[in-house]
Design a protein around this ligand. Structure first.
Ligand SMILES: Cc1ncc(COP(=O)(O)O)c(C=O)c1O
Length: 345
């Protein structure tokens, strides 16, 4: 269900800034995309969850990218649409990417390769499962060739050597960095903000899970380009706030180069807020807070989060609500970035 929320104003701008923004917006809108799923995704109003969280709870909405109808959905679908358009135009026949054993990004890439008729090689850190589960099972189903690295640190070099082997065999590989979190991938995500505006919502705050940085960079740039002052709060799934905010800032700056806008027009002058207090024992390990968030959302809204990205992000939002940190009348949009198959790992 969707109803429009209280609003903050559009950013006021000079004529020069408008022209710069218009240039970047035009580049953004004309970026080639492979359409993997129809958009927009729905925006739900979380009425029962709001009531359960008490009087300090702001108006709560959820952007349902978990419902993107391709390859089990999630935020990677948006990023891959622009990344793969570029790869296909360059004549790629083999996609190479990396992630953890249960990576949502690897699964989405495997699905995209299947849909586009491209070979997919996944470099994952972890041990081969005798009976693959959740994303690993889907990687196999989509026909990806999975190679195992013994650590995260090894993945990038292993992708390069796999690409080298592919070239030597006469193929045209494309290496997609972790999470497709490149400027062009983030640009694919920025267009999601247009969907929010078209739905009549101008949230004061967006809260979401952040890990390789592309989603957050896309949201920051999208808000800047579409004239929203919305505060973006990324809840880290693994990295420290200092490290991840630097990664996000670099991607936003890369987007300025890609789209031809000034750094400010893409939001590179805005604060990058990454909250790393909800990681717990580490990447991929649920916490007490994430379990509570998963259960609360399931039991009050009938919506399924995943245990290690979106549930940690929701735990971060709930903690802020309980601390009464949103001024009266504010609206918060929680961006559901998918990953629910992780429940069946
Ligand atoms: C379900 C889910 N949510 C959020 C994220 C974080 O997105 P990003 O890597 O763009 O920061 C990921 C990425 O791994 C994910 O799989």
């Amino acid at each position: 269900m969707f109803s429009s929320a209280s609003t903050n104003g559009l950013v006021t701008t000079s004529k020069y800034r408008l022209a710069v923004v218009a240039t970047a917006l035009a580049s953004l809108s004309s970026l080639p995309r492979v359409i993997l799923a129809p958009h927009p995704t729905p925006i739900d109003t979380l009425t029962r969850l709001r009531a359960a969280l008490g009087p300090a709870c702001p108006s709560l909405y959820m952007k349902r990218d978990d419902l993107l109808s391709f390859g089990m959905g999630g935020n990677k679908v948006r990023k891959l649409q622009t990344v793969l358009a570029e790869a296909v135009a360059a004549g790629t026949d083999t996609l190479i990417t990396c992630g953890g054993l249960q990576s949502n990004h690897c699964r989405a890439t495997a699905a995209a390769g299947a849909a586009l008729g491209l070979r997919v090689i996944l470099v994952v850190n972890g041990v081969r499962q005798e009976r693959p589960t959740s994303n690993a099972l889907l990687d196999q189903l989509f026909g990806a060739d999975v190679r195992y690295a013994s650590s995260r640190e090894e993945r990038a070099a292993m992708m390069d050597s796999v690409a080298e082997e592919e070239r030597a065999a006469g193929r045209r590989p494309c290496v997609i960095p972790l999470g497709a979190s490149t400027p062009i991938g983030a640009a694919g995500f920025a267009l999601g903000i247009q969907e929010v505006l078209v739905a009549g919502l101008r949230p004061d705050v967006i809260v979401h899970s952040t890990s390789s940085g592309g989603t957050q960079a896309g949201l920051i740039a999208g808000c800047a380009l579409f004239g929203l002052k919305t505060r973006i709060i990324g809840i880290s799934a693994d990295e420290s706030s200092t490290a991840l905010s630097a990664v996000v800032r670099d991607i936003v700056e890369g987007m300025a180069g890609l789209l031809g806008g000034s750094h400010a027009s893409l939001g590179a002058d805005r604060d990058v807020v990454v909250d790393d207090r909800f990681v717990g024992e580490g990447y991929g390990i649920p916490t007490k807070g994430s379990r509570e968030a998963l259960t609360l959302v399931a039991r009050h809204e009938g919506i399924v989060l995943d245990p290690v990205y979106t549930a940690k992000a929701m735990a971060g939002l709930i903690e802020r609500i309980r601390r009464d940190s949103f001024p009266v009348g504010e609206s918060v949009l929680f961006w559901h970035t998918g990953g629910q198959v992780g429940l069946f790992a």
